[in-house]
Design a protein around this ligand. Structure first.
Ligand code: ADP
Ligand code: ADP
Ligand code: ZN
Length: 217
């Protein structure tokens, strides 16, 4: 099974990915997580990506496409994958089709977590992430049991440097211009399914699960 989770920044992709991958036994591949870890380790990829991420722009297609091609070729992907945050441009989506064909994998579903822009700003500025396992929390909407400590691994929570009001505005703008066209791209392929992401985390998850159960058959 290969599932793509899309949606604007702050829609709840990471939050839902955590639950969906557990429920359906899929490997969670987040391009944002891979890039942040490269930035932290100061690899050559990280050095190239950082300037784009800092200003809320997309990292160039050829960089992320190469990254995903390499990642999907690893044997641990054979049991099924959930892609979180990739593709984000039509060029990435087209490249993904070639990669999947080469690896003899099939795209089963594209789920769009749909949330209006005004809600996204408060979600992103209140977001906290575990330094250790990348689990996502929100200071109001989804707080950890102990302040600033991850429920899953006791890691320390931090605020992403791109979750500031200015950078969030730029990311939402980038989403509208560069990622929204993907909706039509996947509608034409009959893979597209939207869920209303403006509801409680559990309700959104129930919708996604129901759709994936149906897709699995
Ligand atoms: P994305 O990966 O799409 O950028 P996240 O999963 O990181 O989004 O969620 C963004 C923020 O919103 C996080 O702080 C998360 O805890 C919170 N959040 C996620 N889903 C919901 C929801 N359904 N209702 C309220 N807050 C949510
Ligand atoms: P969010 O879900 O909150 O938008 P992500 O963690 O998915 O954040 O991405 C953070 C940043 O990493 C993006 O703003 C962008 O700079 C970069 N990035 C992640 N995925 C991609 C991608 N598929 N293409 C280009 N850049 C990406
Ligand atoms: Zn953790």
């Amino acid at each position: 099974m290969l599932v793509i989770l899309m949606g604007p920044p702050g829609a709840g992709k990471g939050t839902q990915a955590e639950r969906v991958t557990r429920e359906f036994n899929l490997l969670h591949i987040s391009t944002g997580d891979i890039l942040r870890s490269a930035v932290k380790d100061e690899t050559s990829l990280g050095k190239k990506a950082k300037e784009y991420m800092d200003r809320g722009a997309l990292v160039p297609d050829e960089i992320v496409i190469g990254m995903i091609r390499e990642r999907l070729a690893k044997p641990d992907c054979a049991g099924g994958v959930l892609l979180d945050g990739f593709p984000r441009t039509v060029e990435q989506a087209e490249a993904l089709e070639h990669v999947l064909k080469d690896l003899q994998l099939k795209n089963d579903a594209v789920i769009n977590v749909d949330v209006a822009a005004d809600e996204l700003l408060s979600r992103l500025t209140g977001r906290r992430v575990c330094r250790n396992c990348s689990s996502t929390y929100h200071i109001k909407f989804n707080p950890p049991r102990v302040r600033n400590i991850c429920d899953h691994c006791s890691g320390e929570l931090y605020q992403r440097s791109d979750d500031t009001v200015e950078t969030v505005k730029e990311r939402l703008d980038v989403y509208s211009r560069q990622t929204l066209p993907l909706i039509e791209f996947y509608q034409r392929k009959n893979l597209y399914h939207a869920v209303d992401g403006a509801r409680a985390i559990d309700e959104v998850f129930a919708d996604i699960s129901a759709h994936l159960q149906k897709t699995k058959g």
